[in-house]
Design a protein around this ligand. Structure first.
Ligand SMILES: Cc1cc2nc3c(=O)[nH]c(=O)nc-3n(C[C@H](O)[C@H](O)[C@H](O)COP(=O)(O)OP(=O)(O)OC[C@H]3O[C@@H](n4cnc5c(N)ncnc54)[C@H](O)[C@@H]3O)c2cc1C
Length: 346
């Protein structure tokens, strides 16, 4: 029985390691020879960090067969690859991640390529101010990194509801970021260097393959992370939509447990048991605000905010520790399958 995992990000590598460590045959389809720490791309985009790459072999179980390619269509028992090859599979884990909407001329930083393009534009205009559109986690982290890099920054957004984001914006304002809240802007209508951090898209692979998707094109999965009507196809990470629990958000913090759980469901079925329903709860949301500062917002399992937070240098230290832990969780799973665990849901 071979499991083919599509996508070598947080969810895909976690699933591949967990299965391979249990003696399963696993093939990982990924376009690159490296793993991208996407959660560090705001620092790559601003030139504060050379890159966010880790050699795949440093995070991946060596028993996993790597196919350097891109899946273009998922068929019944086989995956079509961009190279023209057809890869047979017995079970499949769909973990192709997410990107940003491509609806305007602004820069984006959610992929390695996009971060590289923005970085090149910054290098060409060393004194140009930057407008960041969107006060989500990516927009806030980018604004903080740009200030650390010495740029003049304006952040434009609708008014944020979460207390943590409001605190981030107060901090950024003190660092000299011009904050303009309360209006929805069209990034294409703004002059100068503009980065759009709003919008969310996923690869169209699931839709192109005739698999069930939601309005964003995310693969629909049930509580066992299995596609209804396709018992051999499971999904994990940003590229899938699971209706319950309803509070799940696209995050590394979600992708890692989902990848591990997809592997557990497959293992259970091989052993003649039914897979369990996916459950998880959040504990923290950590934000890098630049210059070694950060905020750690404690959360209820359902992702609502607790009163407790850690700010400043201590917050920055915890944030960096958690970033390192994400890689450590993958390498620990590479070395001993089943080691990774996560908090139960609400
Ligand atoms: C700047 C930034 C900061 C962030 N900070 C945080 C944070 O602090 N905390 C947090 O929890 N989350 C954070 N996130 C979100 C987090 O990075 C994503 O939620 C996470 O990467 C999702 O993991 P994934 O495995 O689903 O997808 P990804 O990590 O995107 O991996 C998907 C993989 O699939 C591959 N792929 C795509 N299409 C195909 C195909 N057709 N065939 C084969 N392979 C394919 C891609 O090359 C990629 O390797 C941040 C994101 C950004 C951009």
């Amino acid at each position: 029985m071979t499991t083919t995992v599509l996508g070598g990000g947080y969810a895909g590598v976690m699933a591949a390691n967990r299965l391979a460590g249990r003696g399963e045959e696993v093939v990982l389809v990924t376009p690159n020879a490296w793993f991208v720490e996407r959660i560090r791309l705001h620092r790559v985009a601003t030139g504060l960090r050379e890159n966010a790459r880790l050699d795949l072999e440093t995070v991946l179980n060596p028993a996993v067969e790597v196919v350097r390619d891109t899946a273009t269509k998922i068929g019944d028992g086989k995956v079509q690859l961009a190279s023209g090859e057809n890869l047979p599979y017995d079970t499949l884990v769909y973990a192709v991640g997410s990107g940003a909407s491509d609806h305007n001329g602004a820069y984006r930083i959610v992929s390695e390529e996009e971060s590289g393009r923005f970085r090149a534009a910054l290098a060409e205009a060393p004194d140009a101010p930057v407008t960041v559109v969107g006060a989500g986690l990516t927009g806030v982290e980018l604004a903080g990194a740009l200030r650390e890099a010495g740029r003049a920054v304006k952040l434009v957004s609708t008014a944020p509801e979460r207390r943590a984001i409001q605190a981030h914006l107060r901090f950024l304002a003190k660092q000299g970021v011009e904050i303009e809240l309360g209006r929805r802007v069209d990034p294409a209508a703004l002059d100068g260097l503009v980065v759009d951090t709003t919008g969310f898209t996923v690869p169209s692979l699931a839709a192109d393959s005739g698999l069930p998707v939601d309005g964003f094109g995310r693969l629909l999965v049930d509580e066992q992370l299995t596609v209804p009507g396709h018992p051999n196809v499971l999904g994990a990470g940003d590229a899938v939509h699971l209706a319950s629990p309803s509070y799940l958000r696209a995050a590394c913090a979600t992708a890692l447990p989902m990848g591990a759980h997809a592997a557990d469901v497959l293992t259970a079925r091989r052993e003649g048991r039914a897979g369990e329903a996916f459950r998880m709860g959040y504990v923290l949301q950590c934000t890098d605000l630049g210059s070694g500062r950060g905020r750690v917002q404690f959360l209820h399992p359902d992702d609502t905010e607790r009163a407790l937070a850690i700010d400043g240098r201590a917050g920055g230290l915890v944030k960096e520790t958690i970033c390192r832990m994400t890689v450590r969780w993958l390498t620990q799973e590479r070395d001993r399958a089943g080691r990774y665990s996560w908090p139960a849901g609400a």
